[in-house]
Design a protein around this ligand. Structure first.
Ligand code: NDP
Ligand code: 8X3
Length: 253
């Protein structure tokens, strides 16, 4: 029987590339995100690889929706082998004294609370079966803080802490917990961060070769495809032209 991966935030970027990678490896996939039109398009594309797809459109910030969709999966989708907690975002890039409180709440509610709600719905089944892997998409922003990154960095530091805590709690149950922390990946991330300002988003990736979503999908697959006795705890993946959260080698500088 094909294995099952549940990927949150599969309507674009890293999540979409990861869904494609797993489908190409013959896994059945549960794909989630709020934009149902995009989910359906992706589901059609994935089905052409002859695997089974279960698209679920909901908002990870809504704990009742998470419980309705993920707490009551149909029996053929219930045994999730790998959960990829990927849905997330940055909103804004301002000093804390000028921060938009709605932006802060979106980031904390999505990156921290959403990840917790999804994990709370899926982890008990893995524990019952004594089998599974949870992959949390953190960030270099969860390892360092950078100017104006305040609340986004805090939310990803929370992902870092929760990943370590999950690894302890899941230890008796044969469940692998992995965190993957990318540097700059060109996706819709910066467009979302700058509230739809395409020009500002494009500037983030000017002058150096950024990562692409498929690079992270490959890293996720590497972690999942290790032998069962091997767990990659934590992986930091940067563009070669990025040394840390703030230092880039840009050709046009
Ligand atoms: P994208 O903006 O391309 O993708 C984000 C995904 O998250 C979308 O599918 C979006 O779907 C989903 N999402 C956002 N909010 C919600 C919500 N409330 N409920 C359900 N789904 C939601 O960005 P990336 O692919 O780059 O981001 C994926 C993850 O990678 C994030 O956690 C991000 O923090 C992290 N990351 C990204 C880096 C980068 O440079 N791009 C670097 C380090 C980490 P929809 O809008 O349809 O709901
Ligand atoms: C996304 C990358 O550098 O904006 O997590 O934090 S960064």
């Amino acid at each position: 029987m094909n294995k099952i991966a549940l990927i949150t935030g599969a309507t674009s970027g890293i999540g979409e590339a990861t869904a494609m990678k797993f489908a190409n490896e013959g896994w059945n996939v549960i794909i989630t995100g709020r934009r149902s039109d995009r989910l359906e398009l992706l589901a059609d594309k994935l089905r052409s690889t002859s695997i089974r797809v279960f698209p679920l459109a909901f908002d990870v910030r809504d704990r009742h929706e998470v419980e309705i969709y993920l707490g009551h999966l149909p029996s053929e989708w219930r045994d999730v082998d790998v959960l990829i907690n990927n849905a997330g975002l940055a909103a804004g890039l301002s000093p804390i004294q000028e921060g938009d409180i709605d932006d802060w709440e979106r980031m904390i509610d999505t990156n921290v609370k959403g990840m917790l709600y999804v994990t709370r719905a899926i982890a008990p089944g893995m524990i019952d079966r004594k089998q599974g892997q949870i992959i949390n998409i953190g960030s270099i922003a969860g390892k360092e803080v950078y100017p104006n990154g305040n609340v986004y960095c805090a939310s990803k530091h929370a992902v870092d802490a929760i990943s370590k805590a999950m690894r302890i709690d899941m230890l008796p149950y044969n469940i692998r917990v992995t965190q993957i922390c990318p540097g700059a990946v060109e996706t819709e991330f910066s467009l979302v961060r700058f509230h739809g300002d395409q020009q500002r988003a494009d500037q983030v990736y000017d002058g150096f070769e950024n990562l692409v979503a498929e690079d992270i999908a490959e890293c996720i697959w590497f972690c999942v495809s290790r032998p069962p006795h091997v767990n990659i705890n934590d992986m930091i993946v940067m563009p070669t032209a990025q040394a840390n959260g703030t230092l880039f080698h840009k050709e046009n500088r």
